[in-house]
Design a protein around this ligand. Structure first.
Ligand code: ARG
Length: 397
């Protein structure tokens, strides 16, 4: 990772998977669940039951309704997410009973087809659905299943002989590790990485996603025909796979979730960042921009063209995406709506403000409450490292 001076990187979480469930956290969650959902009935009997379970076993089980609402609350509390207006629409797939990497893999494939439908050429438009698959909770003191990948769908990166990178530079190390484990990629710019699924019984196993589970959009530009010839594409579903879902003191280390893309994530970061696909110089050349000095604002102009291409191409393919102006307005609507319910919305300005045209969007012109609420999705230091390197820390065999 490149260190940017002065950049406030939120510290990753240190998690101790051996500690029993905190009864206070369980209680707080259950009270909120029942308060926000009158049809759950009175909370007291449930609290008595859960307290007894924790005292006896160190943990407790969520009912399906608690799990579903807890996952939605984790989304609602995600202070970096601009897309929270729709938090109640999350589809929660309860996979807690599933064991074994082959089973896990087939349900991850199902997750992706639930989110985006089957990817087939010429398919009519299907909207992307926000989905989470919740696998078994961590039992205090026992090993648990996890996915090494940062996201279910990501592209490999290969260092070439002359020191350049083909593919996504962010995953060069991860790709090398997959190769050491026996995986072979085509060596092209958009090779989908295998899923590295680790279970206590089977260790790590690699699985290639079938084509029908990976909806992708080829990128073209509404006016410049040459753009399509760059051969760019991006996947339709961003599905974070390495964050721990924490609900009422219970940890779900394997709980991948997805929404739909905001265009700038692809056009202003994945394809534009100098340490990612770094396409601005290429696009500036294509558009004949003057790159000899900064004041021509060639970077900014190229950036806008890449972002237009992303939005235009997804729309053309009928794949759900939104632009940063629309998504900013929706976020403020979410803040307003939450305030009507007497709730404050935790938000991290540095993540909420889009990476292009910040000041043109209404989310720029105000401050937010920075609170770390539970339930939530947490990124553990070890998961962060594993997602980047594909190599487990030596402490865990
Ligand atoms: N920014 C990440 C990416 O480019 C995805 C993060 C989640 N995004 C979302 N729209 N739910 O892949």
């Amino acid at each position: 990772m490149t260190a940017v001076p002065g950049y406030r990187q939120q510290p990753p979480v240190e998690w101790d998977p051996t500690t029993p469930v905190d009864p206070a956290e369980a209680e707080e969650f259950l009270r909120r669940c029942h308060a926000e959902n009158p049809h759950f009935g009175p909370v007291e009997p449930r609290l008595a039951d859960v307290r007894a379970r924790i005292a006896a076993t160190g943990t407790y089980d969520h009912t399906p309704a608690e799990l579903t609402y807890g996952a939605k609350l984790a989304w609602r509390n995600s202070s970096r997410c601009i897309g929270r207006l729709y938090w109640q629409s999350l589809t929660v797939l309860d996979r807690r009973h599933v064991r074994g990497s082959a089973q896990i893999f087939s349900l991850l494939v199902q997750h992706l087809t639930t989110a985006a439908g089957e990817a087939r050429p010429g398919r009519a438009a299907v909207p992307i659905r926000p989905v989470i698959s919740v696998f078994a909770p961590a039992v205090p003191g026992r090993p648990y299943a996890r996915i090494w990948n940062e996201q279910l769908i990501r592209y490999a990166g290969y260092r070439t002989g002359d020191g350049r990178v083909v593919g996504d530079p962010r995953y060069v190390e991860f790709t090398e590790s997959m190769r050491d484990l026996g995986w072979r990629g085509k060596g092209e710019a958009f090779d989908v990485l295998p899923l590295a699924i680790e279970t206590p019984e089977e260790g790590v196993r690699l699985y290639d996603l079938p084509e029908h589970a990976v909806l992708e959009v080829p990128l073209a530009h509404p006016e410049h025909d040459g753009f399509a010839e760059l051969g760019l594409r991006w996947h339709a579903v961003p599905a974070i796979a390495n964050m721990r879902l924490s609900i009422g003191g219970i940890d779900y280390p394997l709980a991948p979730f997805n929404g739909w893309y905001m265009g700038t994530e692809i056009g202003a970061r994945n394809l534009a960042d100098a340490d990612r696909y770094n396409l601005l110089p290429v696009v500036a050349r294509l558009f004949g921009l003057d790159t000899s000095h900064e004041e021509s604002l060639w970077r900014d102009r190229a950036l806008v063209e890449v972002n237009r291409a992303v939005l235009w191409s997804f729309d053309r393919a009928g794949v759900r995406i939104s632009d940063h102006h629309t998504e900013s307005r929706r976020f403020l609507k979410h803040v307003e709506r939450e305030e009507r319910y007497g709730r404050r919305v935790p938000a991290d300005w540095t993540w909420i403000v889009p990476p292009v045209s910040g000041g043109l969007t209404p989310v720029f012109h105000r401050y937010y409450d920075e609170m770390d609420l539970r339930p939530n999705f947490l990124l553990d230091a070890e998961a962060l490292e594993l997602g980047r390197t594909g190599r487990p820390a030596p402490t865990r065999e």
